[in-house]
Design a protein around this ligand. Sequence first.
Ligand SMILES: C[S@@+](CC[C@H](N)C(=O)[O-])C[C@H]1O[C@@H](n2cnc3c(N)ncnc32)[C@H](O)[C@@H]1O
Length: 236
Amino acid sequence: MSRTPQGQRASLDKQPHEVAAMFDGVAARYDLTNTVLSFGQDRAWRRSTRAALALRPGERVLDVGAGTGVSTEELAQSGAYAVGADLSLGMLYAGKRTRPAVPLLAGDALRLPFADASFDAVTISFALRNVNDTDAALRELARVTRPGGRLVVCEFSTPVNPAFRTVYLSYLMRSLPVVARTVSSNPDAYVYLAESIRAWPDQSALAARVAAAGWGRVAWRNLTGGVVALHRAVRD
Ligand SMILES: C[S@@+](CC[C@H](N)C(=O)[O-])C[C@H]1O[C@@H](n2cnc3c(N)ncnc32)[C@H](O)[C@@H]1O
């Protein structure tokens, strides 16, 4: 764990206690910081995630790494029963305060507190990148999903246009930490954000890992030119 006068950030080996402590530190202003740093795009990305899941009223959907429940709340708009799970009690408490109606519980993506085949759909938004064993998390998501159930992973990815990619990477490494200093309760966490995005597999590499974890019909769609990608799959 790195510490500075402003706060703390996880290292890229993503030990769960470090990740949880880092998110505890950003929880108070998480929703606002996200919207500022993404220029308001986060709302559109969440709507696209809900659409990709094609939820029907009465279905059960699990949102892993739900944080403050901002992604879970969006899913509930479909009429499905949406429940969120997260490792950071700070994020969960912030969510309980701001979204008391959203069901949120403590749970680790690597050991979800649910029986096999409990859900019609599972999703994970901007959280898979933070789990220290990506492949084990994808297998655990498959375990709690019924056969034929759906997965959508919403995660930062690799912009497809080379010129845009250069501008974006410069924003990520130089401007984003500066902007975060003015809005976030733990700006150092946003240095980790930039580093972890750069180290994350691109669209096709992530698709291969989803397929290897027990998911079929894997496909992806780029949002905002590939700043974010939605990976879809169906439980074999
Ligand atoms: C960037 S936030 C995303 C929150 C929300 N899904 C959203 O779309 O804004 C990432 C969340 O993943 C959680 N997280 C990281 N590792 C986790 C794990 N192993 N199990 C469950 N949650 C985890 C963190 O605590 C954090 O709340």
